[in-house]
Ligand binder design. Structure first.
Ligand code: ADE
Length: 225
């Protein structure tokens, strides 16, 4: 999968996408992430990419021209399956959306700043608008990093059996069950006996019960979905 990101603060995306599982996905050749500095398509020599909003009001708006030029130039190289704008008024990101996007070939992500991007770019180019939660970040970069991580780790082939995404929280509308590692008795805190029984079928049943119980207590809304 190839992910392209348009940003005015590309530095913000350096670190989160170059470690751990994202690094592995890249090394396996399953994911490339290319960050483009929007100022490359600025409207003047001062690097301007934003302007005052019509109708007045505090906060700048990212202009149509640099964004359109960036999109058109990048589109010459490849056709994007989705052009995604990260914005707090988008559709809240869910595991199912990440699953669906992990099967695509080419994605273009646009990170907003200030008051956001000119509405006309949203109308004419953007195909999906995604929010990572009901709070406002200072820009779309961290949201883009969250989205790339959520997608990247489930691209087929990235995780091995040991780290399989199939048992993650949310994969089947359930939270994950509790997990334990050695020692079986730590400071007198013992792990549930069933986990030492060696009966794999019973253990699976227990895990499922725990997952259902935990979901009922913490996120009953997931059970309605
Ligand atoms: N940009 C600013 N806040 C955001 C959020 N919550 N989700 C996605 N993009 C954003």
């Amino acid at each position: 999968m190839h992910i392209h990101i348009i940003s005015i603060v590309p530095e913000l995306l350096d670190s989160p996408l170059n470690h751990s599982i994202m690094k592995r996905a890249k090394e396996k050749g399953l994911l490339t992430v290319t960050v483009h500095h929007l100022r490359k398509w600025a409207v003047n020599e001062y690097g301007q990419v934003d302007d005052y909003q019509y109708g007045g009001g505090a906060g700048m708006v990212m202009m149509c021209e640099p964004l359109e030029k960036a999109i058109l130039e990048l589109q010459q190289e490849k056709k994007f399956d989705e052009i995604i704008y990260l914005t707090p008024d988008g559709v809240t990101l869910k595991q199912q959306t990440a699953n669906r996007l992990s099967l695509k070939e080419n994605l273009l992500l646009i990170c907003g700043h200030y008051k956001g991007i000119d509405e006309r770019i949203r109308q004419h180019y953007v195909t999906m608008e995604i929010s990572i939660g009901d709070y406002v970040l200072s820009g779309g970069e961290l949201a883009a990093a969250v989205l790339v991580d959520a997608i990247g780790r489930i691209i087929p082939g990235v995780l091995n059996d040991e780290t399989s995404a199939l048992t993650d929280s949310f994969q089947d509308h359930l939270l994950a069950p509790p997990v334990y590692t050695r020692p079986a008795d730590y400071n007198g805190w013992k792990i549930p006996d069933i986990l030492l029984s060696g009966d794999l079928k019973k253990i699976e049943e227990w895990r499922h019960e725990q997952a259902v119980q935990r979901t009922k207590e913490r996120r009953p809304d997931l059970l309605d979905e």
